[in-house]
Design a protein around this ligand. Structure first.
Ligand code: GTP
Length: 224
């Protein structure tokens, strides 16, 4: 039986208190937004799986961290082994962008793995009329940092899925990526080794068929 190609990918959300890290995560994971959310005091993670092309699953393990200054030393341990870091600021609060530039970006560069994927995330785009941070300046900063720049609203969900898909695109180099639905049953079949059009051992994901299928003896079953 061929092993299923499933990779776990660790993402950490960083940034000042109140920028919307927890809301971004709950919008992405559960499509829920709450105005009266409590400030985070530690680190929690949630996961969601992406389907990469027709050959791979990428399980995102997303860590939400506490933005308050007193938790900063604790937060370090969350990005030490991260594959990607999302640096979030609030477009209505200049100081959250200043801290992103002066503290969070430097911290990640100093402590995180060298090949970490970085994202600068401008959150609360629904409050565009109250925007206080110059977007062009941030784009230039992100560019110099080698980071992806994303604009999101955890409130109305704009840009939220794209934020995570952009990271997966950069990691895998694949453009064909979609989010796996929670109740979606995926058939993973080992490709017939006699078929010259396919490389032996690759995996085909057939999302149209909710039942498990077997191809002769060379079949592989897994419910993800
Ligand atoms: P800490 O846990 O203290 O680090 O904060 P956080 O970055 O996790 O922020 P959180 O998600 O708790 O959101 C802070 C506040 O901003 C809450 O009142 C949210 O409802 C609000 N908020 C978050 N995202 C958005 C958004 O996209 N638009 C608007 N208008 N408000 C948002």
């Amino acid at each position: 039986m061929t092993a299923i190609q499933m990779e776990t990918f660790k993402i950490v959300l960083l940034g000042e208190t109140g920028v919307g890290k927890t809301c971004i995560l709950s919008q992405f994971i559960d499509q829920i937004y709450q105005d009266d959310i409590q400030t985070s005091t530690g680190g929690t993670f949630s996961s969601k799986t992406l389907i990469i092309g027709n050959s791979k699953l990428l399980k995102l393990e997303i860590w939400d961290t506490a933005g308050q200054e007193r938790y900063r030393s604790l937060t370090t341990m969350f990005y030490k082994e991260a594959n990607a870091a999302i640096l979030v600021y609030d477009i209505t609060r200049t100081e959250t962008y200043q801290e992103l530039k002066n503290y969070w970006a430097n911290q990640v560069k100093d402590s995180a793995p060298e090949n970490i994927i970085l994202v600068v995330c401008a959150n609360k785009s629904d409050l565009i009329n109250e925007e206080r941070v110059d977007e062009e300046e941030v784009r230039e900063f992100a560019n110099n940092l080698g980071a992806i720049f994303c604009i999101t609203s955890a409130k109305n969900s704009a840009g939220i899925n794209d934020l995570f898909i952009q990271i997966a695109k950069k990691h895998t180099g694949c453009d064909n990526i979609r989010i796996k639905n929670e109740d979606e049953e995926i058939v993973i079949e080992e490709v017939n080794k006699d078929d010259n059009n396919n490389k032996p051992g690759t995996i085909k994901i057939d999302n149209d068929n909710v039942n498990y299928k077997e191809i002769g003896r060379a079949s592989c079953r897994e419910r993800v």
